[in-house]
Design a binder for this molecule. Sequence first.
Ligand code: FES
Length: 147
Amino acid sequence: MTDPLDAFIDSLQEKIFDEARHTFGKSGFERWRNPRYRGRLDNFDVHARVTGDCGDTMEIFLKIDNDRVSEASYMTDGCGTSNVCGSFAAELAIDKTIDELADITGESILANLGHLADDEQHCAFLAAGTVQEAVRIHMTKPVVSCQ
Ligand code: FES
């Protein structure tokens, strides 16, 4: 016999998953369940932090080797959607040159996600804006000379 509490929890979890599938679509749902690239990089070269109008903060960490992103990660104190968008932003940044990072926009994150409810789409623009802030920080770093 099934424990009523277990049955309630299973049903609640299925309801939450159904809502997440509706919000994110298939690939976004998988990313929501497994938000890759989350956490602070140990040896990052660039760190950007941006707080959106919603009050949530997104952080992007980049490790750069020979003008190309070798590792990227994100952190956020925001909602599940901001986690999904941060995860896609970090994934899109990996292997890109600094110049190519300009191609990471809210639209490109949304295109990779596949589906996002209209009222959640600003999360993708916060993630993209944080990548662009990382580029700005990197480009304005003082050059260290060895002479
Ligand atoms: Fe703030 Fe998504 S609600 S980033």
